[in-house]
Design a protein around this ligand. Sequence first.
Ligand code: FAD
Ligand code: FES
Length: 277
Amino acid sequence: MNSPYTPQKAEIVDIIQETTSDLDIKTFRIKFATGEEMNFLPGQFVELSIPGIGEAPFGFASSPKNKEFIELTIKRVGHLTDALHSMAVGSTVWIRGPFGNHFPLKELEKSKILIIAGGLGLSPLRPLILTMLDDENRNKYCDIQMLIAARSTQDFSYRRDFAKWRKVKDTKVLLTIDRAENGWDGLVGFPHNLVADLDIDYQNTYGVFCGPPVMIKAVSNKLIELGMPKSKILTTLEMRMTCGVGKCGKCNIGHSYVCVDGPVYRLDQLSSMPNEY
Ligand SMILES: Cc1cc2nc3c(=O)[nH]c(=O)nc-3n(C[C@H](O)[C@H](O)[C@H](O)COP(=O)(O)OP(=O)(O)OC[C@H]3O[C@@H](n4cnc5c(N)ncnc54)[C@H](O)[C@@H]3O)c2cc1C
Ligand code: FES
């Protein structure tokens, strides 16, 4: 078994520019140089490094079923992500993982599901969505509504998926942007202000969401107000991380290490933790 501290050599085999706004987001398709497969579960993440530059955690964005490559969708925000965004197909990066817990796929079976994604928050939810929408699983996950938010029409990632997802039986995909734009026929407004208008049986639906911290708080409060039990609300967090394996203590919220106990949490767990996320 490889040590969780030892990165493996990998190659960028494709790069997809996701956004056309000033928010620079790219999806990197990556393969291990050895040809080895990476097995992971929806919600988990890897540590990606570039020698001499640094290392940072990124959530898997692709389907766990895809063994050809993994996808990481990465926003250009600083040191490492700048370097990565300047790389071309064929460049080498180093990967450790997979790390962290995952979405409780078994528990979500036979239940109605409401997915809410804000901006890049769709990225860690995408492996879950792709798993639930897979032909093999259509009888397990039936009623899936998705509310996908972006700042503007130029800020949506994975546009290529939306039409495909809408065609799957028993799914609904709603898109919203922060402010109205000419020619836009989707919703306008923040997700927490729209969720009450959706046709949802809140008591009997799982809410799974991810987005910036301000959205996590607003959406949590709204879902609770609408009657969704805290035990049925799931989110995934991003804290600063170093080791990824519960040793350095960099990522803790109270007694919980987000790299090991998370990044996926139920709201009843988060409610008993300090408000540090
Ligand atoms: C479990 C997990 C999954 C993640 N998945 C993704 C992903 O799929 N795609 C993606 O683009 N990013 C993801 N991130 C965030 C990513 O790790 C950071 O953006 C990355 O560390 C930035 O590295 P950098 O060297 O480019 O930025 P730095 O130069 O280190 O920082 C640039 C700016 O971003 C801020 N910043 C950096 N990291 C964080 C953070 N974790 N939380 C809040 N602010 C931060 C810094 O304060 C600074 O203002 C994830 C983080 C975690 C913990
Ligand atoms: S990142 Fe080191 S303990 Fe979590």
